[in-house]
Ligand binder design. Sequence first.
Ligand code: ADP
Ligand code: TRP
Length: 319
Amino acid sequence: MRILSGIQPSGDLHIGNYFGAIKQMIEAQNDNEMLIFIANYHAMTSNQKGEILEQNILKAAAAFLSLGIDPNKSIFWLQSDVKEVLELYWILSQFTPMGLLERAHSYKDKIAKGINASHGLFSYPVLMAADILLFDAQIIPVGKDQIQHIEIARDIALKINNEWGEIFTLPKAKIDDEISVIIGTDGSKMSKSYQNTIDIFGDEKVLKKQISSIITDSTDLKDPKDWRKCNVFNIAKLFLDKKGQEDLKIKYEQGGEGYGHFKMYLYDLILNYFKEARQRYHDFLSHPEEIKECLQIGAKKAKNIALQKMQRIYEKIGI
Ligand code: ADP
Ligand code: TRP
């Protein structure tokens, strides 16, 4: 299977991103053709400051590489290193009805939130379609908010295939129903928009602060506690095997330990789980040339695929 995923380089990654998306990508590398890129053109729709974008790209690449995206197994590149995607975006635009984009929830939501309507924001789904169709991706693992964008890509592909013959692979969104929503420090879905995250690469002080802010009830230290309803337990179990979970349940049920203890326990669990990744992350960030080298290897492979595809498209469009 050819699986493709784009990630916007915006903000620090949290454990919801890891358990909800990144872990699956890392596992999928072994038996699939994984294509993963950093969507810096898309990120421009919300930020046009070069220094910030550049920094965010390095941070996103360092994060993915240190968590286990292997440039020898996956094709991992920076979107703007394969510029054919912009050319295809323009070609696809000719086949994209205005109504299709006007119905896009993501655009409407952003406008409703007061974000300025720009052509870039409006045509975002066409660029996303180009990302997908340029590489004949079959499966696109995405969160629920992105399903409509994949449907738009599929609609555009269908329209062109009807006219030109079978030129584009029809992509399918993959939404993992088994992956539960990871809760944040306030018990609702962890998301950077809700400021309830626990970040993977934050320094130890920040991590401690985030964990301390997890909302718990006021059961007394000496009393037994209900692990089922506890946000600390529900986050901690992500990092524990069956036995670890059972041991922790017993501690809750026995009483004699307070939420402060459980939070410290969680802190150690997280630091331990991401110990090597955190080390690698900092090593990468102090050697940005290594990050760029990894991205270049990926860009070369991605470009190869893109050029072959564009050749067929040029014939059809008369270029
Ligand atoms: P955020 O909500 O913090 O802005 P993104 O929308 O950038 O996160 O999400 C990137 C990826 O991480 C998506 O595939 C999304 O499904 C996954 N993800 C984000 N938050 C969670 C969560 N709380 N639980 C499970 N998966 C999540
Ligand atoms: N829009 C996606 C997001 O915000 C990122 C993205 C850009 C993407 N191009 C893509 C995802 C192509 C999958 C396929 O998460």
